[in-house]
Design a protein. Structure first.
Length: 297
């Protein structure tokens, strides 16, 4: 089943915020929140955490799939309001969050939306001011969530070099960030290998070995049952096809990456109007994917 990532997914699992920028909350003995999207969403995440947990200080862990602005933008805001929660991310993400240029990029990408949603923000300070990581997460680590639940950390680079996925064996549930492809409005899968095609494919094959009943996607949707079980194999197939498409366009254009980006942008974004993403971040990611294939990474 394909369901919107909003509200109750099953007992003990909730998608908070908005479906396009969901944070995934596991309640229970030691509650954990996976990701917290753009900065302007901070007050909404906080309000929904209060609704589900009563006391937001019950939130023990906040684990991040990667360092992009639409997955960790609201994390500093939440940390300011819930100082005792432990933020976890990969070593590479921990490094990124300390870099002045990365902080400035996140702030720059967030600024227009902060102005657009000023009514949601109110007088709150949601600016991204860098982020200190409390738990540096490595491949194979197991995090105790209490009551027999554990969270397994999986290094799944390829979308970014700092990407992680999180597997809850007792629930057969996985939170993937963008280590797998994302849907458009027509439920076509779009691959997201913005740092390395080779790493991305290795990560997909690693995820394909899991026993999955719930797959919580980075934007808009959660998959359950057969849809969850089949999605990663479909992502592998779509990723291979997209690589071949880019290679073909590069050959036709004598390696002109800019023209390849323009062609794919027109075909996939302008002509279909199906991409569930704003123009600027879409183009940044598309340029990265073309570069990855052109450079054989």
């Amino acid at each position: 089943m394909i369901i919107e990532s909003k509200g109750r997914i099953q007992d003990g699992i909730y998608a908070i915020g908005a479906a396009e920028l969901p944070g995934y909350l596991l309640t229970g003995q030691y509650p954990v929140l996976f990701d917290a999207g753009m900065t302007f969403m901070g007050p909404l995440y906080l309000a929904e955490l209060k609704n589900h947990l009563g006391d937001v200080n019950r939130l023990k862990f906040h684990l991040l799939t990667h360092s992009h602005f639409d997955h960790a933008g609201a994390s500093p805001f939440l940390k300011r309001h819930i100082p005792n929660m432990q933020i976890g991310a990969s070593p590479a993400a921990a490094e990124t969050f300390r870099k002045p240029n990365a902080i400035e990029l996140i702030r720059n990408l967030s600024r227009s939306l902060e102005e657009k949603y000023r009514d949601l923000i109110g007088k709150e300070d949601v600016t991204f001011q860098g982020l200190e990581i409390d738990l540096v997460l490595d491949e194979g680590m197991e995090i105790d969530l209490g009551s027999g639940l554990t969270c397994r950390v999986m290094a799944t680079p390829g979308h970014t070099r700092d990407s992680l996925s999180f597997y809850i064996p007792a629930m057969k549930a996985v939170i993937t960030g963008e280590a797998v492809g994302v849907f458009d409005k027509n439920f076509t899968i779009h691959p997201e290998f913005t740092s390395s095609y080779k790493d991305y494919m290795n990560s997909l094959n690693k995820l394909a070995a899991l026993d999955i009943e719930i797959l919580m996607m980075s934007h808009f949707f959660t998959l359950t049952g057969e849809d969850a079980r089949g999605y990663i194999k479909k992502s592998i197939d779509k990723t291979e096809v997209f690589k071949e498409r880019i290679e073909g366009y590069l050959t036709d254009s004598d390696g002109d990456r800019k023209s390849v980006v323009q062609k794919i942008f027109k075909e996939d974004f302008e002509d279909t109007r199906a991409i569930l993403q704003d123009v600027r971040p879409y183009l940044i990611n598309l340029e990265a994917k073309v570069r990855v294939i052109a450079e054989g990474r």
